[in-house]
Design a binder for this molecule. Structure first.
Ligand SMILES: Cc1cc2nc3c(=O)[nH]c(=O)nc-3n(C[C@H](O)[C@H](O)[C@H](O)COP(=O)(O)OP(=O)(O)OC[C@H]3O[C@@H](n4cnc5c(N)ncnc54)[C@H](O)[C@@H]3O)c2cc1C
Length: 461
């Protein structure tokens, strides 16, 4: 609304929305279409006064109905009568729950209603609604038939937000698991010298496999947090950097990594929540400790705002090839430069060499896709997911390179922060030793192509 709305729309809706006294929704999904929005059926009929009558059914609308706010401003995708019946015919409309009076106050109810609230696996704090629009009054945002592009302004930001949501679930689950593992006593340390002589059993912390689960979560959480912060910086730079070249570079690189931040961070956030739940054993499965809720809540982030499979396709099918591959070349250059700098500084955490190998796998997989994806688009589709993961492993490894380098520089003068920096370097070592090596397998998966994926006839499943 801020970017595409008219001055009047901004004046009418934004102050209350920013203040939080009105809330908003995004209405894309319909019963027969989620990913493939070209199929959407919601119609918009132009009225003599410049408004539109919106008719159709939307499903899965987050916060579609509630009484937590004085008004709900729905942003609805619909097709104006006569528009092409595909993605090119989609327009964007503001459809308020309550009409807004001339003086800005909330008026009569618009003709839209909540058909039902979904019963779902997690995020029970959010009402996910079927929304029925029965000739509701709506106002066009931006130009007709440019609605999807306008919605994407919000969705690109929302995808970064959902990536952060994945990370946040992983983090809170991890924090709980750490305190549980320090408290719970089961079994004996494998090495006698690590056993607590004053207790009949040791804490979970002595068991390498418990440490593995905690460290996988910790190494992910900290690098993912750095990547999200770095990504937010790129968003700022893409708008405010001094030169056009810097703005362009920031926009390229955050555009490339947005599907990775959304897709990879929500997959790994879920995995971290599952690992943290596992640390609790059976106590993680029962409700009492709250761990099963983190797992249930983390799951949605892999699905909404474009499923992770669709993020992978966006990365491979659109982002890699855009502007002749400019963004991915920039990414390779920036990472390679940081590797060279780390080597020059002695690479104290030992991340540079494994990261260089991982970057090599990513470059090779990119080249393979460029050559074989064109010849057979199923090669791109079959390898997209592994490619997204591969870029995710490299992106987090790059963050560990940066963090370990910074901590090594600050270590000597760290004082009371010394333990913090030592933990950073130790966690970087864990990531370098155990995670970065996975890129070889992911590269193999990409390069295996579509043949075995597509060979089986549908009846054989
Ligand atoms: C709790 C919740 C809240 C939601 N909130 C909102 C909201 O506020 N507003 C809104 O508009 N929507 C919302 N959604 C909808 C959500 O964005 C969609 O469910 C999601 O985009 C997937 O669409 P779909 O469910 O129709 O699945 P489908 O599109 O039918 O996809 C099914 C499967 O096929 C795969 N697939 C589909 N097409 C392709 C393709 N071309 N290539 C490769 N794989 C493909 C998908 O990855 C998926 O695995 C919400 C959903 C839930 C569950």
């Amino acid at each position: 609304m801020l970017v595409k709305g008219s001055e009047e729309q901004k004046r009418t809706y934004l102050p209350n929305m920013v203040a939080g006294s009105w809330t908003g929704t995004m209405n894309l999904t319909e019963p027969h279409c989620g990913t493939d929005l070209g199929l959407l059926k919601t119609r918009a009929e132009p009225q003599a006064n410049g408004s539109y009558r919106i008719t159709g059914t939307k499903i899965f609308i987050s916060s579609g109905e509630h009484d937590l706010a004085e008004n709900i401003i729905h942003l609805v995708l619909a097709k104006i009568a006569g528009a092409p019946d595909n993605v090119k015919g989609i327009s964007l409309f503001i459809v308020p729950k309550f009409m807004v009076n001339e003086d800005g106050s909330v008026g009569t109810r618009n003709s839209l209603s909540c058909g039902s609230i979904e019963h779902k696996m997690g995020i029970h704090g959010n009402s996910t609604c079927v929304m029925n629009y029965d000739g509701a009054t709506g106002y066009l945002v931006g130009e007709p038939e440019k609605g999807l592009a306008a919605m994407f302004i919000m969705m690109n930001a929302a995808r970064l937000g959902v990536g952060l949501q994945g990370l946040a679930q992983g983090e809170v689950a991890y924090q709980n698991a750490v305190s549980y593992a320090k408290d719970r006593r089961q079994g004996r340390a494998l090495k006698p010298e690590l056993r607590d002589p004053d207790a009949p059993a040791d804490t979970l912390f002595v068991h390498p496999d418990v440490r593995r689960m905690l460290l996988e979560a910790k190494a992910f959480n900290e690098a993912a947090r750095a990547l999200v912060l770095w990504g937010s910086l790129q968003v700022d730079l893409s708008r405010k950097a001094e030169t056009e070249e810097e703005r362009q570079q920031a926009e390229d690189i955050i555009g490339l990594l947005t599907p990775v931040i959304k897709g990879y961070l929500t997959d790994k956030g879920f995995e971290a929540a599952v690992n943290a739940q596992q640390v609790y054993g059976g106590h993680g499965y029962v409700r009492e400790w709250g761990m099963e809720q983190f797992v249930r809540d983390a799951r949605i982030a892999q699905i909404y705002e474009g499923t992770n499979g669709v993020q992978a396709m966006d990365l491979v099918g659109r982002k890699l090839a855009q502007n002749g591959g400019r963004a991915v070349r920039t990414f390779f250059e920036v990472v390679a430069r940081d590797i060279a700098d780390a080597r020059a500084a002695g690479d104290p955490a030992g991340v540079a060499a494994p990261l260089e190998r991982a970057l090599g796998d990513l470059q090779a997989a990119t080249m393979w896709l460029a050559q074989h994806g064109m010849a057979d688009p199923n090669n791109a589709g079959a390898g997209a997911y592994a490619y997204m993961e591969l870029m995710g492993v490299v992106a987090l490894g790059w963050m560990w390179l940066k963090m370990a380098g910074t901590s090594s520089r600050l270590l000597e003068e760290a004082g009371e922060d010394r333990a913090f920096h030592e933990a950073k370097i130790a966690t970087a070592r864990f990531y370098a030793a155990r995670e970065l090596g996975k890129t070889g397998a992911l590269r193999n998966e990409v390069e295996a192509g579509a043949e075995t994926v597509m060979a089986l006839p549908a009846e054989a499943f």
